[in-house]
Design a protein around this ligand. Structure first.
Ligand SMILES: *[C@@H]1O[C@H](CO)[C@@H](O)[C@H](O)[C@H]1NC(C)=O
Length: 308
């Protein structure tokens, strides 16, 4: 009898141990599966890079800026963070524009640009006061606005993007290049347009080659210009090369010596960039123009109006 009870006890013990093992395995297996599932669902989000896009929203051009933002947002699945830049007195209006439209879903930050940094650096131009809009110079100060990102896209407010902005963001910047632009001569068809309406697509159109300071740069006047209305920039390299300081120097020199052709649209912001980035920029795939993925840009449109 005593022996039978002992055997029973042993059997019971074994049964409990087996149950424990089975239970342990089941729970363990479940957590392993769960972990794998977690990893799978988290990785794409972690890998999906945030694309920072800087756009200015000037008081009288709010609609244009919102159209630009909408064109980007509705043509991509990418995770975009819009930096919408304005002057202090328009910040609340920008917020209203965004939050009272379908753009309320976008991921955005409203950033104030303080125009006092421009003091003494802009030459008054009575004939084209709109070009002296302080926000035209925001592109000179990108590292002041963007802190968390190395690679950044800047777009003029009158750009309409018809392609996936991810492709533009994937533009390769050569080592040592702080920015990429699209060349004004890349497109055969634009040359026709240029001839047609007398548009400039060389440095001669932006710099006053009668001035010694400009001649001393040693840049051929027939060098193809680029369009700084669309910029893909590397903030690390930008800071390293002190691009902002260099641009400010060329603004200041213009105040002192009147170096830039005054007849053109966008010249005030374009000319310093043409000088500072001469021979030191990567190019944005011309397909972006050809396929009309970007319909740009202000200075061209303005000049077209003038020409016509
Ligand atoms: C930006 O520039 C830095 C310094 O030259 C370089 O190490 C880095 O790879 C560049 N990043 C991109 C995205 O081009």
């Amino acid at each position: 009898m005593a022996l039978l009870r002992k055997i029973n006890q042993v059997l019971l013990f074994l049964l409990i141990v087996t149950l424990c093992v089975i239970l342990y395995k089941k729970v363990h297996k479940r957590t392993v599966i769960k972990n794998e599932a977690d990893v799978e669902s988290e990785t794409p989000e972690e890998l999906e890079e945030e694309i920072p896009v800087v756009i200015c929203a000037a008081a009288g051009r709010m609609g244009a800026a919102m159209a630009a933002i909408n064109s980007i947002y509705s043509n991509t699945d990418a995770n975009i963070l819009f930096y919408v830049v304005g002057l202090r007195n328009t910040l609340s209006r920008i917020r209203k524009w965004i939050e009272h439209s379908k753009l309320r879903e976008i991921n955005f930050k409203i950033v104030e640009f303080n125009p006092t940094v421009l003091k003494g650096k802009i030459r008054p131009d009575a004939s084209r006061p709109e070009l002296l809009q302080p926000l035209n110079f925001v592109r000179f100060y990108l590292p002041l606005l963007i802190h968390q990102h190395e690679k950044v896209i800047y777009l003029d407010d009158d750009v309409i993007v018809q392609g996936d902005i991810q492709e533009l963001y994937d533009t390769t910047l050569a080592l040592g290049h702080a920015a990429a632009f699209s060349d004004d001569c890349d497109l055969p068809s634009t040359q026709d347009i240029h001839r047609l309406v007398g548009l400039q697509n060389t440095y001669m159109g932006y710099l006053d080659y009668r001035k010694k300071t400009i001649k001393d740069l040693g840049i051929s006047p027939s060098t193809c210009s680029f369009n700084p209305g669309v910029i893909v920039a590397n903030m690390t390299e930008w800071k390293h090369q002190r691009i902002t300081k260099q641009l400010e120097k060329w603004m200041q020199k213009n105040v002192e010596e009147n170096l830039y052709s005054s007849s053109l649209g966008g010249g005030v912001a374009t000319s310093p960039m043409l000088i500072v980035f001469h021979g030191k920029y990567s190019t944005i795939n011309p397909l972006w123009h050809i396929r009309h993925l970007v319909v740009c840009s202000g200075q061209h449109q303005m000049k077209t109006h003038n020409g016509l």
